[in-house]
Design a protein around this ligand. Structure first.
Ligand SMILES: CC(C)(COP(=O)(O)OP(=O)(O)OC[C@H]1O[C@@H](n2cnc3c(N)ncnc32)[C@H](O)[C@@H]1OP(=O)(O)O)[C@@H](O)C(=O)NCCC(=O)NCCS
Length: 478
């Protein structure tokens, strides 16, 4: 006899607290940090998908369906640079068991051992068709320790149920956020509770609500924190196969506007970037044929950091549990920084250099470096330094009246500590003070997670060409 939905739900409610200790107790988060993962959410996503190995962001997004892809991509695949998936699995199981022992009393821990056997019987009854997370956890070797064993069994069962949700929602033609909105519409959870921890923007939310309303699944857009109406009817099966119809050629007005913009630029005498045009950083940049316009763009130079630089504590050092370390000084780059900058670039991995310059470079392109260190008004360069070592270099290069190009490079061992974000905020502050309202950056397609970071500074347009996003941030709107 099939179990009733009520029984299945009661079963989940009974075991969820055992599994979920991994998300709410400090031990697992601390263990993830100790093995090298950076930040809670990197620990969260990496620890959930680690049994599948070093999966790409797309695969993790497909499984962590209720989260915004941009949020997942902030953690995956970067997490695999910091910790091996096998080590993550071991650490997660051990730390969850440690948390259970710490937070439960003796008799409860003893009963977990008995429960473990029953849970594994339940696991033996599972099928894993279409359930990748549960399938991957089901082949993790069963630990001898009874508490670890109980936690692993609840994890398999919990992911089995979660994968089932994805199957059901996708089958109903719902995207991840749509499924969340229908859940909110039942009144069981609120937007206020869910939105901040799932990474969806207000625009995503609005679009999803409109999609559901158009299908008659939602009566009206739920206001933040409000209880919403229930979906009126189940989804239609045909919608499962509707996706390919959405993939026609892009005929959006935005695209046409873009073409018109390019034509207008040509008519105004701007040459398109390309062969024969020297870029200031060796990659792509402003027209060197128009130096006067660049200099006029920011004059005199305005700096958001003090004369001797600003002292700042990166996240790792600022974290209460961490050992205090030296602060980072952020200041304008000067000519005498040349050797330290060369040393920093030499320490950077090939991947980091390629991400910055879109090709493998041994040293900073000379015209770029000379300009960055010259203190000229059009090229505002900031560096981050700890002790004698330079750990990051960032530039805001005025290209035209009102426009500038941004670029940031952080030494590998200082990445994911907030240095890049801090430098970016200072570059934007400089741009604001200098009246530069259009900020451009070129970002490799594999670095798409940078887009929401830039988007935090204004209305963001991004055009993907030959594997590179040309991003324009309009401060205060386009
Ligand atoms: C891009 C770069 C500048 C980011 O600097 P950083 O100091 O590592 O970034 P931060 O620690 O300040 O993180 C900023 C945000 O980006 C996210 N992020 C940083 N690195 C990430 C990565 N590899 N994958 C996904 N998200 C990442 C962080 O989660 C953070 O978001 P949050 O505040 O919401 O958590 C740095 O990785 C770098 O120098 N890369 C090589 C050069 C490059 O790609 N430059 C960008 C194009 S010019």
């Amino acid at each position: 006899m099939d179990p009733t939905a009520t029984l299945a739900r009661r079963f989940w409610e009974a075991i969820e607290p055992i599994h979920a200790i991994a998300y709410f107790a400090p031990e697992p988060a601390e263990a993830a940090r100790k093995i090298g993962l950076r930040g809670f959410w990197m620990g969260y996503f990496a620890s959930r998908v680690a049994p599948l190995g070093p999966v790409p962001a797309e695969a993790a997004c497909a499984m962590a369906y209720g989260f915004s892809p941009a949020m997942v991509a902030r953690a995956i695949p970067d997490a695999w640079r910091f910790a091996d998936p096998a080590a993550i699995v071991i650490s997660r199981i051990a730390s969850a068991a440690e948390a259970l022992r710490h937070h439960l009393d003796g008799p409860a821990v003893a009963s977990l051992a008995e429960l473990s056997g029953l849970l594994w019987d339940a696991v033996a009854g599972c099928r894993f068709d279409g359930r990748p997370l549960a399938a991957a956890w089901s082949v993790v070797p069963r630990p001898e320790d009874p508490v670890e064993s109980a936690w692993l069994a609840t994890t398999i069962l919990r992911e089995h149920r979660g994968d089932g949700h994805v199957i059901a929602a996708v089958g109903a033609g719902l995207r991840g956020l749509d499924a969340t909105l229908t859940h909110i519409a039942t009144g069981a959870i609120t937007r206020k509770l869910v939105q901040p921890s799932r990474g969806w923007s207000d625009d995503d939310w609005e679009l999803s609500a409109r999609r559901l309303q158009a299908r008659g699944l939602l009566d009206r857009t739920p206001a933040p924190g409000a209880r919403a109406t229930r979906p009126r009817r189940p989804a239609h099966k045909d919608r499962r196969s509707a996706a390919p119809r959405c993939r026609g050629p892009d005929r959006s007005p935005r695209r046409r506007t873009r073409r018109e913009h390019r034509r207008n630029r040509r008519q105004a005498g701007h040459r398109p970037r390309g062969a024969g045009q020297q870029a200031s950083d060796g990659r792509r940049c402003h027209s060197r044929a128009e130096p006067d316009r660049r200099a006029a763009a920011v004059s005199p130079i305005t700096s958001p950091v003090g004369k001797d630089g600003d002292e700042w504590l990166p996240r790792r050092i600022a974290a209460p549990a961490a050992t205090p370390g030296p602060p980072v000084i952020i200041r304008q780059a000067v000519a005498s920084d040349r050797p330290a900058l060369a040393e920093m670039l030499a320490r950077c991995s090939d991947q980091t250099r390629a991400r910055r310059f879109h090709k493998y470079v041994r040293c900073f392109p000379e015209p770029y470096l000379t300009e960055a260190l010259a203190g000229c008004a059009a090229h505002f360069a900031l560096l981050a330094q700890t002790g004698e070592a330079v750990v990051a270099l960032a530039s805001c290069v005025a290209t035209d009246r009102g426009s500038a190009e941004l670029a940031v490079l952080v030494d590998d061992s200082w990445q994911r500590l907030g240095v890049g974000a801090r430098l970016l905020s200072l570059l934007v502050a400089h741009a604001d003070q200098s009246g530069l309202a259009r900020l451009k950056a070129w970002v490799l397609a594999s670095q798409a997670w940078v887009l929401p970071v830039l988007g935090g500074y204004g209305t963001c347009e991004a055009w993907l060409r030959h594997g590179v996003f040309e991003v324009t941030v309009h401060r205060g709107g386009p």
